[in-house]
Design a protein around this ligand. Structure first.
Ligand SMILES: Cc1cc2nc3c(=O)[nH]c(=O)nc-3n(C[C@H](O)[C@H](O)[C@H](O)COP(=O)(O)OP(=O)(O)OC[C@H]3O[C@@H](n4cnc5c(N)ncnc54)[C@H](O)[C@@H]3O)c2cc1C
Length: 385
């Protein structure tokens, strides 16, 4: 693997670094799980878009700048290195956006991608239902065709930031006689449509991080369907691949957490060294984050030559979610009882926020137990349990 950057890649890195130095907000934005913070993040995303740094990999005519995957990794490295605001429209931009680029019609790409890149339209993912989480093929929400519309009825749950979003994308049963993976269609639904009710669900920190979405005879044009009618499962699996694979969680995110963990350890070394296992963990997790980055460069090299990521995305998902959890647990051990008492503005408070969020890593984007089943059955060819 040749790890030398080209002149063009180096120039891009410097451009991103300079832009961030000139434009990074002076104050930390409020949490995007609040209405106020959500709108602050929307404004920041608009600024990124104006600089054509919102979706660097998308084609220029759709609001991007036509970068390749290596340039995307570079962008992410620079972005996380300065603790720039978390990206609030990832469900749209990285999951639906990537899916539309592969499966959308030209008309859909033109209609949906530029406002998504600019975060004029914020998106929520509406897949899970009360009895269809890990077992997503158990979806019962229906979308019944009526001329040039579908009429949607049903309920979705655990939809991240749907309390504030403008649109959602989800899977619905368009053939009412079908079961399991068959007869599902992938639809894009405006959340202000008549018949949509959104009920927020509070997360551990008391914020409206999730919502339930209820659909009561909601009319959605057929042209909002991604892929053919009845084959939504296949399209959704492509979206899930983006979610578990590289795009949603770039290595830069974990490298930055690892760097901060080293800083935290150094700042508290005297007490931390009372327990020698802490020092070992810090160095182990720093190395793991670097190894993840090298592995990502390796994967990107293969993808650039036309390879597909496939079931391998499940390995990535388990790796990043467990590493994130372990790094935050170690930070909590270093901080000791102070970890739970820090006031809201303290830099260290971020560790508590991160720790709480890291608990969810092994669950969202498909739980790690399910990822292990996928690895066992599809990669190792082991018999189904
Ligand atoms: C932070 C966060 C954000 C989320 N955001 C969204 C979102 O935006 N949109 C959305 O649609 N959903 C979202 N979800 C929901 C998420 O996708 C589901 O919670 C997840 O798929 C698990 O489903 P479940 O909660 O129904 O658990 P269950 O399916 O009830 O699983 C419970 C436990 O049993 C295990 N289990 C279940 N079946 C098996 C099996 N066959 N073999 C081995 N173990 C098994 C699971 O791994 C899990 O540990 C989010 C969840 C979290 C935590």
């Amino acid at each position: 693997m040749d790890l030398t950057y080209t002149k063009k890649q180096q120039a891009f890195r410097l451009e991103v670094r300079q832009w961030l130095a000139d434009n990074l907000p002076d104050q930390k934005l409020a949490s995007y799980d609040t209405r106020e913070g959500f709108e602050q993040h929307r404004a920041w995303e608009g600024k990124l878009f104006d600089a054509r740094l919102s979706m660097v990999m998308w084609p220029e005519e759709l609001g991007g700048r036509g970068c390749d995957l290596i340039e995307w990794l570079i962008f992410e490295e620079e972005y996380y290195a300065v603790d720039a605001p978390m990206r609030v429209n990832q469900n749209g931009q990285l999951l639906l956006g990537s899916t539309l680029i592969e499966y959308g019609t030209d008309e859909q790409k033109k209609q949906f991608l530029p406002p998504m890149a600019a975060s004029q339209h914020m998106w929520a993912q509406a897949w899970s239902e009360p009895n269809a989480g890990s077992d997503m093929a158990a979806i019962t929400s229906k979308a019944i065709r009526d001329g040039d519309h579908y009429v949607i009825n049903g309920q979705k749950t655990w939809s991240t930031r749907a309390s504030f979003a403008d649109w959602c994308f989800g899977l619905f049963r368009s053939d009412p006689t079908s079961s399991r993976h068959h007869g599902l269609s992938y639809l894009m639904v405006p959340l202000d449509a008549e018949g949509v009710t959104i009920r927020p669900i509070k997360a551990l920190n008391g914020k409206d991080a999730f919502a339930e979405i209820f659909f009561d005879n909601v009319k959605v044009p057929v042209k909002n369907r991604v892929g053919d009618e009845g084959v939504g499962w296949r399209v959704a699996m492509a979206t899930a691949g983006f979610e578990r694979g590289l795009l949603l969680r770039s290595p830069a995110r974990f490298q930055q957490t690892a760097r901060k963990l080293v800083e935290l350890y150094k700042a508290n070394q005297q007490t931390a060294d009372n327990d020698p296992s802490i020092r070992n963990q810090v160095s182990e997790y720093w190395s793991a984050a670097e190894a993840y980055a090298l592995s990502a460069y390796n994967t990107v090299g293969r993808l650039n030559q036309g390879d597909k990521i496939g079931a391998e995305s499940s390995i990535n998902k388990i790796f990043w979610s467990e590493l994130d959890l372990k790094m935050h647990e170690t930070a909590m051990r270093i901080l000791g009882s102070r970890a739970e008492l820090l006031d809201n503005d303290a830099e260290e408070m971020r560790w508590l926020d991160g720790f709480l969020f890291a608990q969810a890593g092994p669950i969202y984007a498909g739980s790690n137990e399910i990822q292990r089943n996928i690895i066992a059955e599809r990669m190792l060819g082991l018999p189904r349990a």
